[in-house]
Design a protein around this ligand. Structure first.
Ligand SMILES: [Zn+2]
Length: 747
């Protein structure tokens, strides 16, 4: 589709304006900045909302999970599109273990027996909801097989702290089947913690309080989850390692040695099945015992009890443990000046069912981004660095496609990869990015150049104001005084994981969200084109904004004279983490002291209702003082080195000294250690990791933080030394790099 002439004039004016402004891009000489700004503005005029809508319609026309005919069909279509844009593209094929259901039974026994339907019925206004023969049944991937019968206990969200509440109430889940609601922690953590407490089975359900009628109208009248909607999803123990469970750390290519199934660590220890709240209701109603506390209550119209139930439930699951092909679609634009420095961009294309929102709202925009870059190439643009566009398969089960690709190409990536930019589901609302803090300033700079479709202000200005509205007084003061908005660290939950956590490639995950009502169709058959075009970003304005934002990041990183990393933000963040860790250790010491004192005083005896069974918490040893000195020192040294580097960088006016860019490419790598984190060597980054008990949620300086949380004090001291050494290496690199700049600029 051609742009109307009037719009082209506006683009030309905007371009002239930016140049007049003398706004020089960081890492660019002033001449190169003018050229780059011109190309970026041409680029941002190209993404077309109707094309993105058509991409989504095509890709979501049928269910396209891993191993399905339409998953392969989509990969081939993506390949043909990329080639038609003039890009050099290919499909890279891997294989991975991907279990699918053979049989699923969940029933309540006793005098009023009930059998769960485990079905999501078609809805007449929603055309693709009736493609029942192609739909993957409702299940949790990487649940083990099992046939168990036992009484039920309700465990709220199934987090470790929920079991402390059960302990206090004198309820054990040993030998029981637990029923947990979705939300508040990653789903894979729920069966893991249940098994650690001795449960024999786990049922997950979607409570209407969390994503159903309690929040808004149910589908198809509104966007929230209907009574029979079910959240599929993986329950693999991904905090140990993601990717193919049978090939940790290496690419799943033909001939690779497979770990036997019974030796795989990441499959659940007990069977687990997700159900709707329609199916969950009889099970929840069967629970006896004490009434639950307020914050355990869901939105269903009856009283919630802890259990155990008087009657037993029967859960029987059997899976086909097959290996399935993965089709990653990869397009390469060779760099004209620095072909060995790679900028990587990715979004997955597989879904649980039709997946219009997750992932196609991101995929469809990424494809339009690639088309727009293809157009720029025809117009004469040549990126300085190599750009790689990736459309990953198998993200939903376990980040399979991205992990196997990156493990296969690990050695090349460690040498060549500059940065990885990821997106996934996208919606209407505010710009959000999380990632490596050496890219915090870069992300802020790009966001200042993207126009928010609804307000006309920059997306940076909008999110800054929204953050001010939601901040505490202390946070507000910081937002107003700090030049860059902080970006959160990366946990897990999408394809950036292998890049940042395993390989140490600086990464950013970005997207728009916050204005649509919620994710009530998440991982159900109703996440489809009808849903998205009625209840999500119906105008596709924010899909275009995503393409504009991610594409600008890719171009600006690819063309920079000096890679625009900035380290004062990183040093500031490390200082913050150091402060938080000390506060955490101090809090735990105070809490343990207080608890022991209250036990001595008889507080629990006074508090507990003798008619209810209640158990006081056990007395605890008081945590010892940890030695944070090495971390304090490393944090200070990093701050000084970062300041020296950023000053030298600023004085260089974009003129790159010999050897500077290869040093910058190494900067994130130095924050990793090939020995990995305690108990999970695949995770090599020492600043960021998904938590062992949060799953998607990030733990920063994870070796230290998790040792403190798990009360492993000696380990905490060891890990402080380790992360401090890595930070000292980073500081040394920055001092060296600062010296590469001509002396006059290193002031
Ligand atoms: Zn996704």
């Amino acid at each position: 589709m051609r742009l109307p002439t009037a719009l082209l004039c506006l683009v030309a004016l905007a371009s002239a304006h930016a140049v007049d402004n003398g706004h020089t891009l960081r890492g660019y000489t002033s001449a190169d900045s003018i050229t780059e700004t011109g190309w970026e503005q041409k680029f941002r005029a190209l993404p077309d909302r109707d094309r993105i809508r058509e991409n989504m319609k095509r890709l979501s026309a049928q269910p396209h999970h891993v191993g399905s005919p339409y998953d392969k069909n989509n990969a081939e279509w993506l390949l043909a599109q990329l080639k038609s844009y003039g890009l050099d593209a290919q499909i890279e094929t891997f294989s991975a273990l991907f279990p699918t259901p053979q049989s699923r039974i969940l029933e309540l026994l006793g005098p009023a027996p009930f059998t769960a339907s485990l079905q999501e019925p078609p809805i007449s206004v929603d055309p693709t909801s009736s493609q029942t023969s192609e739909q993957l049944p409702t299940y949790n991937a990487y649940s083990r097989d099992g046939d168990v019968t036992g009484r039920l206990v309700y465990v709220n969200y199934g987090r470790p702290e929920d079991y402390e509440v059960l302990d206090r109430a004198g309820i054990s889940v040993k030998g029981m089947i637990v029923i947990a609601r979705y939300g508040m922690s990653w789903r894979g953590i729920k069966p893991k913690v249940a098994a650690e407490h001795g449960a024999i089975g786990c049922i997950l359900y979607s409570d209407p309080r969390d994503d159903g009628y309690f929040r808004g109208d149910s589908y198809p009248d509104g966007p929230m989850r209907p009574a029979e909607g079910v959240q599929r999803g993986s329950v693999m123990d991904m905090p140990i390692y993601p990717g193919d469970p049978q090939t940790p750390g290496v690419g799943a290519v033909p001939g690779v040695k497979l770990i036997p199934l019974d030796k795989v660590q990441t499959i659940t220890k007990i069977p687990v099945l997700p159900i709707s709240y329609a199916d969950a209701t009889p099970f929840l109603k069967s629970l006896g015992g004490q009434t639950v506390p307020d914050d355990w209550r869901g939105g269903l119209p009856f009283t919630y009890h802890f259990g155990p139930s008087k009657v037993e439930a029967h859960l029987a699951l059997k899976f086909n443990w097959d290996r399935k092909p993965l089709y990653d679609v990869i397009a390469r634009i060779p760099g004209a000046k620095y072909p060995d420095e790679w900028i990587i961009r990715g979004n997955h294309h597989d879904a649980w069912v039709n997946g219009a929102d997750d992932p196609l709202s991101g995929t469809s925009a990424e494809l339009e981004e690639a088309r727009s870059l293809g157009q720029l190439l025809k117009d004469g643009w040549r990126p300085d660095r190599t750009i790689i566009y990736c459309f990953w398969d198998g993200e939903e089960p376990a980040l399979l496609g991205s992990t196997e690709w990156a493990e296969t190409h690990a050695e090349e990536l460690k040498t060549h990869a500059v940065a990885y930019f990821n997106s996934d589901s996208n919606a209407r609302g505010y710009f959000r990015a999380e990632g490596s803090h050496s890219l915090e300033n870069f992300v802020n700079d790009v966001a200042k150049d993207i126009t928010d479709p609804e307000t006309g202000m920059s997306v940076w200005q909008r999110v800054r104001l929204v953050d001010i509205a939601h901040a505490t007084p202390k946070e507000r003061a910081e937002i107003r005084s700090r030049p860059d908005l902080r970006i959160p660290a990366l946990g897990s939950g999408s394809d950036y994981t292998v890049f940042i956590d395993h390989l140490g490639v600086a990464s950013v995950n970005l997207g728009y969200s916050g204005e649509d009502q919620g994710s009530g169709q998440y991982h159900s058959v109703y996440d489809d084109f009808y849903y998205y075009t009625h209840f999500a970003d119906t105008t596709f304005d924010y899909e275009r904004a995503l393409a504009q934002t991610a594409g600008t990041m890719v171009m600006r990183m690819a063309d920079a004279d000096i890679l625009p990393f900035q380290f004062s933000d990183l040093a500031d963040t490390v200082h913050l983490y150091d402060t938080q860790l000390k506060a955490l250790a101090e809090d735990m010491r105070e809490q343990a002291k207080e608890r022991d004192r209250e036990i001595d005083e008889g507080v629990y005896k006074a508090l507990y209702d003798p008619k209810k069974l209640m158990v006081p918490p056990p007395a605890e040893d008081i945590p010892p003082y940890l030695n944070f000195a090495p971390l304090d020192q490393a944090s200070d040294d990093l701050t000084d080195a970062a300041r020296a580097f950023d000053n030298a960088f600023a004085a260089a006016d974009g003129k790159a000294p010999e050897g500077i860019n290869p040093d910058l490419v190494r900067s994130e790598r130095l924050l990793t250690d090939p020995a990995g984190l305690p108990g999970r060597p695949w995770f090599e980054h020492l600043l960021y990791a998904p938590g062992m008990y949060t799953g998607y949620g990030v733990k920063t300086i994870p070796g230290v933080r998790e040792a403190i949380e798990q009360k492993q004090w000696t380990e905490a001291d060891t890990q402080i030394v380790r992360v401090s050494a890595a930070l000292e290496h980073e500081a040394e690199l920055l001092r060296q790099a600062a010296r590469l700049f001509p002396a006059k600029s290193a002031k």
